[in-house]
Design a protein around this ligand. Structure first.
Ligand SMILES: Cc1cc2nc3c(=O)[nH]c(=O)nc-3n(C[C@H](O)[C@H](O)[C@H](O)COP(=O)(O)OP(=O)(O)OC[C@H]3O[C@@H](n4cnc5c(N)ncnc54)[C@H](O)[C@@H]3O)c2cc1C
Length: 397
C-alpha cells in the first residue's frame, strides 16, 4: 500500500485531516507548510501501511451526484441573531433548531487569539461564536472524532463548514448517520492561518495595540455587505474591504490554498445536506417579497431528503421565498466553478517567507487608498455604468 503523501501532493490535499484522525497508530500529524496551510506528515517509523488514510481521504473519492435540488432565499426572523450573521442568518436558524432539541452544533469559531478553529457548541449562549464568516482556513483538530462519539451517543449533530471539510467528515465517518445533518458554504476559498496571523499583528501595530476582536462582516450602520470591523485598545474601527490588504486580496482570490483553485465541490453536486451562501440578487424581485434587504439575505440549497426535512422544520424561524436553482445561484460563481488561480498567488506566498507583512502589503497585496476608493465611489454614483463604459471606450482610442 502506498503511503498517502505519494498520492496527495500539496495541490490536491484540502487539509481536512481526515487521514490523521483515521490513522489507528496516530502516526499522521497535520503540520503547516511554508505557506502556513496544514498538510499531513507521516511518521514512517510507526506507519503500518494499512491504507486507512487513503480510504478516508475525501479527495480520493468520487463526489456525490445531487439530481433533485431545491433553492430558497431566507432571512432569520430573530433580529438579534440576524444582526450577528454574515448574510440572512440561515445558519443561526438551523443551529437554533438543533440546540433547542439538545443536539450539538459544530462550526468555525475564533479563539481568544483570533485563530479560526472548529469547535462543538452545545449551549444556546455559545452559538454567537460560530456566527459570522471567518475568511481564513479553520483548523479542524480532532473535531471529526468528537463528532463521531456524539453521534454514537445517539445525539443529533449539525456540522457546518466549507464543502471540503464536509467531504472530509463524510469520508472519515464512511457511513451514514440518521442523526447527522451537514451544511456547507458556497465558498471562494481560504487563505492560510499564517498569513492572517501576520496581518493581525501588522494591523495591531498600526493601531498601537493588539487586535482583540475581528469581524469580516459587520452589518453595523451600513447594513449587509462586505464591510468588517476590528477592536484594538477598546476602540472599534470599521474595515473597508477594498482598502485592506488582507481582505482585498481575499476577495480577488489571490491568497487561497492550492486545492481551492481545483475545488471538486465548486458545483451543484454538494457534499452536504444543505448549502448556504449570500443571496445578492433580491433587487430583481421587488414587490414579490417581505424581506428587509439591509438586514441580509441567505441562499439555501436543499440537497437531500434529510436536508428537506430539516429545512421544513425551521420554517417558523425564517422568512422564505422559493426560486429555481438557476435563479438562486446566478451571481454566485463559486457554485459553478472554482476561483481561477492568479499568477500573483505563488508570488505572494513566496515573498511571505522572507518579507515582513508591512513590506508584503506594500509590494504584493494590492488595495486601494481610502481617497481613491471614495473617488471611485463618487464616480460610480454620478456616472451610470453605460456612460462609464462608453467613456472608457473613447479613452482607449
Ligand atoms: C472562507 C469562506 C468563503 C465563502 N465564500 C462565499 C462565496 O463565494 N459566496 C457566498 O455566497 N458565500 C460565501 N461564504 C459564506 C458566507 O460568507 C456566509 O457564511 C453564508 O452566507 C452564511 O451566512 P449566515 O448568515 O447563514 O451564517 P453565519 O452565521 O454568518 O455563518 C456562520 C457559518 O459559517 C461557518 N464558517 C465561518 N467561517 C468559516 C471557516 N473559516 N471555515 C469553515 N466554516 C466557516 C460557520 O461554521 C457557520 O456555519 C463563504 C464563507 C467562508 C467562511
Amino acid at each position: 500500500m502506498k503511503p498517502i503523501l505519494d498520492i496527495l501532493n500539496e495541490i490536491d490535499c484540502c487539509g481536512c485531516g481526515s487521514c490523521a484522525q483515521s490513522c489507528p497508530k496516530q502516526c499522521i500529524r497535520m503540520v503547516p507548510n511554508q505557506e502556513g496551510f496544514l498538510y499531513p506528515q507521516i511518521n514512517r517509523d510507526t506507519c503500518i501501511e494499512c491504507g486507512l488514510c487513503q480510504k478516508h481521504c475525501p479527495q480520493m473519492q468520487e463526489p456525490v451526484h445531487r439530481p433533485m435540488q431545491k433553492a430558497y432565499v431566507v432571512q432569520c426572523r430573530d433580529v438579534d441573531r440576524l444582526s450577528r450573521s454574515a448574510s440572512g442568518g440561515a445558519f443561526a436558524a438551523l443551529a437554533t433548531r438543533f440546540l433547542d432539541n439538545k443536539g450539538a452544533v459544530v462550526g468555525a469559531a475564533f479563539s481568544n487569539t483570533l485563530v479560526a478553529t472548529h469547535v462543538v457548541v452545545e449551549r444556546m449562549e455559545d452559538l454567537h461564536k460560530l456566527q459570522g464568516s471567518k475568511y481564513v482556513a479553520s483548523d479542524l483538530g480532532d473535531v471529526y472524532s468528537r463528532v463521531k462519539s456524539i453521534l454514537a451517543d445517539g445525539r443529533e449533530v449539525l456540522f457546518s463548514g466549507t464543502p471540503c471539510q464536509i467531504a472530509g467528515l463524510n469520508a472519515f465517518l464512511s457511513k451514514k448517520y440518521d442523526n447527522l445533518t451537514t451544511v456547507d458554504l458556497a465558498c471562494h476559498g481560504t487563505p492560510s492561518a499564517q498569513l492572517f496571523d501576520a496581518y493581525l499583528k501588522w494591523l495591531g501595530k498600526k493601531h498601537g495595540g493588539v487586535i482583540e476582536k475581528y469581524r469580516f462582516r459587520d452589518k453595523g450602520p451600513s447594513g449587509w455587505g462586505l464591510v468588517g470591523s476590528f477592536a484594538c485598545n477598546g476602540t472599534t474601527t470599521t474595515l473597508n474591504p477594498y482598502c485592506d490588504p488582507y481582505y482585498a486580496t481575499f476577495l480577488r482570490g489571490e491568497t487561497y490554498r492550492k486545492s481551492c483553485y481545483r475545488c471538486k465541490y465548486a458545483n451543484l453536486d454538494r457534499p452536504a445536506d444543505l448549502t448556504i451562501g449570500d443571496f445578492w440578487g433580491i433587487s430583481q424581485y421587488s414587490g414579490k417579497h417581505d424581506f428587509t434587504e439591509k438586514l441580509g439575505l441567505s441562499l439555501i440549497l436543499v440537497n437531500s431528503e434529510k436536508g428537506r426535512v430539516v429545512f421544513e422544520s425551521i420554517l417558523d424561524k425564517v422568512k422564505v421565498m422559493d426560486l429555481s436553482v438557476d435563479e438562486a445561484c446566478a451571481g454566485n460563481g463559486n457554485l459553478y466553478r472554482p476561483t481561477a488561480e492568479p499568477a500573483i498567488r505563488d508570488v505572494i506566498y513566496k515573498q511571505m517567507e522572507t518579507m515582513s507583512f508591512d513590506e508584503l502589503q506594500r509590494h504584493y497585496l494590492a488595495h486601494e487608498s481610502p481617497f481613491m476608493w471614495r473617488v471611485r465611489r463618487i464616480r460610480r454614483k454620478l456616472l451610470p455604468r453605460k456612460l462609464r463604459d462608453f467613456l472608457k471606450g473613447i479613452l482607449r482610442f
